[in-house]
Ligand binder design. Structure first.
Ligand code: IZC
Ligand code: ZN
Length: 421
């Protein structure tokens, strides 16, 4: 039997957002705003797990002497943030493209002029594993300081067997050596690499016959993702890639309907994807079909903000009972931010989601969007002790005070990791 005596107690929490629920699964519809708040709350932790949550008066009586205590001083405590869609491992910068976009060029125009994903691919292929590890570590440090304790990370800037494996190995190493947990996704279908532009069938053959089998054999990814969009991968190609991924044990995810309504949501529903991400151009029928097939909608308002484009129909999704999760989409081309706090403010202001809906989307639903809903995303007995103490006394202050860091303390696996000592 593992020892279950308390190692840490957090007391005097103004609002403890447990997000606990009697029914498993991502929250949808009305329950998308159910935060499970305990006023004047407390959390009891044993090593890496949560032992108990309750009111301070009740928990106080159960604390053995010598247990480490943290006085939350009437501030909000939540689970750690889960960023369920990022492209964290890349080399170089696209600040020049940022300037071109400000001057009026679109993301697609820049891509056809030799910029875009393939320009990052060139730099990432040239970079050593050490360079990618160093920049990856810096970005994870920034994420952790902003409250992200679990992050999904996609490959997709290698686009050759060797470079895709290099990126996935970097993700594996970062996961081993950094307090933030990384969940790896294979995104060989991010773009057709330059050298295969007129031989796209050959690239897809390499992807399905070489990359997927090797990634699966080396256990380097849990998910397989596809950028299903005009100019990238067609509906048929996407389905084929995701089905082959599935046959190798990789769970499907889809970059869907980001730049137009091109069938990505339907692909996600048809292959039984864990999530469909972006969904800016998803229509009623897409929403209905994804709901029926158990797909979680991952919305990325940072990308719409950064590209100056439309926002996804979040209200329609929530009103129709499709669970909504949020993520940064952190990448050099279309969303250069590590901050889930910024994304939460954008989701309130531009997706018209309420602060409560946004918080459920960023903790619990984002955990389900990467198949981690049983371990993280809410504060319940036996879940991971990943928690944040905020500088505010009311949860509504979190998305309201924007563009700054409101996280005071990050506890990961039951230990304070930020601020570092
Ligand atoms: O590098 O532009 N949309 N993937 C899909 C991206 C944007 C990343 C990039
Ligand atoms: Zn993406």
């Amino acid at each position: 039997m593992k020892q279950t005596s308390p190692t840490l107690a957090i007391l005097n929490i103004s609002q403890l957002l447990t997000l606990s629920s009697s029914t498993p699964g991502p929250r949808a519809g009305k329950s998308q705003s159910d935060l499970g708040i305990i006023e004047n709350g407390a959390v009891l932790i044993s090593d890496e797990k949560i032992l108990e949550v309750g009111r301070t008066q009740t928990i106080k009586k159960k604390i053995p002497r010598k247990t480490k205590l943290i006085d939350a001083k009437n501030k909000v405590v939540t689970p750690g943030l889960v960023d369920c869609h990022t492209h964290l491992v890349f080399a170089g910068s696209r600040a020049d493209e940022f300037e071109l976009r400000i001057q009026g060029k679109t993301y697609q125009e820049i891509s056809s002029l030799g910029g875009g994903i393939n320009s990052t691919v060139k730099k990432t292929r040239e970079a050593s594993s050490e360079e990618l590890l160093d920049s990856g570590r810096e970005r994870l440090n920034r994420m952790l300081s902003f409250g992200t304790t679990t992050v999904e990370v996609k490959s997709g800037y290698g686009l050759s067997t060797e470079s895709e494996l290099k990126i996935l190995e970097v993700i594996k190493k970062l996961n081993r050596n950094h307090p933030v947990d990384l969940v790896p996704t294979f995104l060989g279908a991010h773009a057709i690499p330059e050298e295969f532009k007129i031989y796209r069938r050959d690239y897809i053959r390499i992807l399905t016959e070489e990359m997927i089998p090797q990634v699966a054999k080396k256990k380097l990814a849990e998910f397989c993702d596809v950028f299903c969009e005009n100019g990238y991968f067609t509906v048929e190609e996407s389905k084929k890639i995701l089905e082959i991924g599935k046959s190798f044990g990789l769970k499907p995810k889809v970059h869907a309907d980001e730049l137009g309504n091109t069938g990505g949501s339907q692909v996600a529903a048809d292959v039984g994807a864990v999530s469909a991400d972006h969904l800016v151009y998803a229509i009623d029928d897409d929403i209905e079909k994804m709901k029926k097939n158990g797909v979680t909608a991952v919305l990325l308002p940072g990308t719409s903000f950064f590209l100056g484009s439309r926002y996804a129909p979040a209200r329609k999704m929530i009103e129709n009972g499709l669970p909504v999760a949020l993520a940064t989409d952190f990448n050099p081309g279309s969303s250069m931010t590590e901050s889930m706090q910024m994304v939460m403010s954008l989701a309130c202001l531009n997706l018209k989601m309420t602060p409560a809906e946004v918080l459920v989307a960023s903790f619990l639903n984002s955990a389900y969007a990467i198949s981690r809903g049983e371990q993280i995303g809410s504060l319940e007995t036996d879940k991971k002790a990943d928690l944040l103490i905020w500088e505010v006394a009311n949860f509504k202050e979190i998305p309201y005070h924007y563009g700054i860091n409101l996280v005071q303390t990050v506890i990961k696996n039951g230990k304070v990791v930020y601020p570092s000592k």
